[in-house]
Design a binder for this molecule. Structure first.
Ligand SMILES: NC(=O)c1ccc[n+]([C@@H]2O[C@H](COP(=O)([O-])OP(=O)(O)OC[C@H]3O[C@@H](n4cnc5c(N)ncnc54)[C@H](OP(=O)(O)O)[C@@H]3O)[C@@H](O)[C@H]2O)c1
Length: 230
């Protein structure tokens, strides 16, 4: 039975991943920040705010087969309206937070025979989209971190990244809070729909599994064709 830690397992993609892993028989430890959840009974939840540099990491299990880092943002604004401090805050949430938890969890991951780390990017790193500079700057760093750590940790620990397009989660709520917005966004995708948390969790659970043991240093685009098809 595998032991998986999900940072941000209380919502959206992290919650769907936790639910799928539980159904597969994994031991799942997860964190929440603002909302505890009863949507994944069986998951061992702990509070963590990754913006708190003094937060305890005592919840990290002794041995781990997988670490998933979900905290992210989608603040879409014209570049001129974004302050340098906004970029710093976003970088802290998405990149420094991931770095701190990876450093803390590495000893536990190194005890496993099939350990892997899973990070999240966005379709907007590969496909330039207006008003995405804030999120793309941090997610571009995440993709660089993914490939670098995959090189450094091989062959003991695999590191991969999923780059989703618009997925129906609380994080994306503002972009899809009317039927019209949903339809317009669905139409922009070659597959003519927006993603579901399960679409992304399907890839996440595969990448964490032994079936993916020869896959590392990859950015997997799960985006309804957005990044590849015109
Ligand atoms: N949804 C999309 O359209 C989309 C598209 C491209 C990329 N992504 C990426 O996919 C990942 C997952 O996104 P999602 O849509 O599933 O987001 P979500 O529904 O907002 O879930 C994010 C999770 O991270 C936790 N979290 C947020 N801020 C935190 C903090 N300061 N400290 C600790 N935990 C924190 C949340 O906890 P609480 O809920 O308890 O506060 C929640 O469990 C993100 O990295 C996002 O950038 C999403």
């Amino acid at each position: 039975m595998s032991d998986i830690l999900i940072i941000g397992g209380s919502s959206g993609i992290g919650l769907a991943t936790a639910q799928q892993l539980l159904a597969q028989g994994a031991n799942v430890t997860a964190t929440f920040n603002s909302k505890n959840t009863d949507q994944a009974p069986g998951v061992n939840f702990f509070h963590l705010d990754v913006m708190d540099q003094n937060a305890s990491m005592d919840f990290i299990p002794e041995s781990l087969d997988g670490l998933v880092y979900c905290p992210g943002s989608i603040n879409l604004r014209p570049f001129e309206r974004i302050k340098p401090a906004d970029f710093e805050r976003d970088y802290h949430l998405q990149v420094v937070g991931a770095i701190r938890i990876i450093q803390a969890a590495l000893p536990a991951l190194r005890k496993s025979g099939n350990a892997s780390i899973l990070l999240f990017s966005t379709v907007a790193v590969r496909s330039g989209l207006p008003f995405h500079s804030l999120v793309s700057a941090s997610k571009g760093a995440i993709e660089g971190l993914c490939v670098s750590l995959a090189a450094e940790f091989a062959p003991k620990v695999r590191v991969n990244c999923i780059a989703p397009s618009l997925t129906e989660t609380p994080l994306a709520a503002q972009l899809i809070n009317t039927e019209q917005k949903k339809e317009l966004n669905a139409a922009r995708h070659p597959m003519k729909r927006i993603g579901s948390p399960a679409d992304i969790a399907n890839m996440a659970t595969f990448l964490l599994s032994p079936q993916a043991s020869w896959i590392t240093g990859q950015v997997l685009h799960v985006d309804g064709g957005m990044s590849a098809i015109r």
